[in-house]
Write a protein that binds this ligand. Sequence first.
Ligand code: ATP
Ligand code: MG
Length: 482
Amino acid sequence: MEKAGKTISTPRVILRAEHSISRSNISDSAVKVLYRLKDAGYKAYLVGGGVRDMLLGREPKDFDVATDAHPEEVQEQFRSCHLIGRRFRLAHVRVGRDIVEVATFRANVPAVEEGEARSVKRGEDLHTENGRIMRDNVYGTLEEDAWRRDFTINALYYNIADFSVVDYTGGLEDLKAGWIRLIGDPVQRYREDPVRMLRAVRFAAKLGFRIHPDTEDPLFDLGYLLEDIPSARLYEEVLKLFMGGCALETFELLRHYRLFEHLFPQTEDDLAQEREGFPSELVARALANTDARVAAGKPVTPAFLFAALLWGPMRRMAEPLQAGGESEIQAIQEAGDTVVMRQVQRIALPKRFSMPMREIWTMQPRFTQINGKRPLSLLTHPRFRAAYDFLLLRGESGEDVLDLCEWWTKFQEVNADAHGRASAAGGRMPGAADERQTLLRTPVAGAKAVMGSEAPAAAKKRRRPRKRRKPAGAAATGTAAE
Ligand code: ATP
Ligand code: MG
């Protein structure tokens, strides 16, 4: 099966009548692109996840096109077409609101750059250090294109010229048998691009397939290779792992293959330690909730996901800080700084998510303040909903906050407006104000302790009365504050 040069094997070709793919399952945009290329005299195939998922009777996520037309030739065929990537140029063809990715057949070259190609901006230097234009050296035949792909089930081609499916690598058999099998020598293919290890796990979880023993064995030992992958690429992959609807299963497989510890080392450390005799359930529950939300078509945000993944390590670091006299919020902030700083070196969570994530954390102690005006003001916080959901998650996972959860659930009900939304302005129904007052006077267990234990009173920092400074120039203007 190993190959080096040009065509050496005959593909299995499954005719139109013998497979389940019909053009009506393919997006109109992809069909248009395929026909345009074909009519211009090029070869044009659908390939990858789209073909795989259609053969499995699943809804495809996207449709990728492979062709023998070079990127510039693809560009000539379409009014709106951008070339992206440096060494491997991919064409992004815009059809209406869709973008169809069109890749030129190519031979095997380290595919670590494949993922990178998608994030490299246009117009960057196309030369390597020695001045050669690399992109002209990598184009290949359909067959070469098949062998350079990752898994056999991802190397099936749907030919728009005769509607047949073309299989060089045994993908159809594996699809039938439910195997995730790397093409070629597994260790070599993982070394070429370690992200393939994550992809193996992702497809196994998503499709309910088993990883073939030859493809599976090296996983246990090669996780460390992930440490060389750029953090931005790992971030993209982590989102696919945990936001695709099979997060819990994926997480369990990642831990089984000892890959998770290379993505979230602090979380793995925390999970390995028991808390009050039990391993923490919070991460698993958060992932199960995420899956339920995805299944229900509800939005999920990386901020909440990362808040859950890193809550354990953050808490573990915050506890001694709090015991040493810092306030809960200070301790969470300080521990949060360190935990996030370490994590983003591995996985580049963007600031637009790490900021709200930390807000979710720092709002947790505020849920313990259930007297006076504070609860109402918390209710109007833009991040209230996410932080409240996080409180519920902590409660479900065995943290001692169930009474608080109940209190906040009721408090939202009595403050709900006519549309049932929680708001400080709501609660105008008769009796709502009384109920609110009663709630505000109700003592609640756990209302003071987020970290599980309060800081010893003696160690608590006394707040010194702040000395008021004279504003600059106060003497001259006669507006002294004191
Ligand atoms: P999904 O349903 O998640 O989109 P997919 O298989 O389509 O799954 P993509 O990341 O969209 O995954 O990639 C499209 C195709 O490109 C794959 O099916 C595979 O043939 C090829 N490919 C992607 N990444 C790699 C890689 N790292 N190494 C080799 N081939 C790859
Ligand atoms: Mg795809």
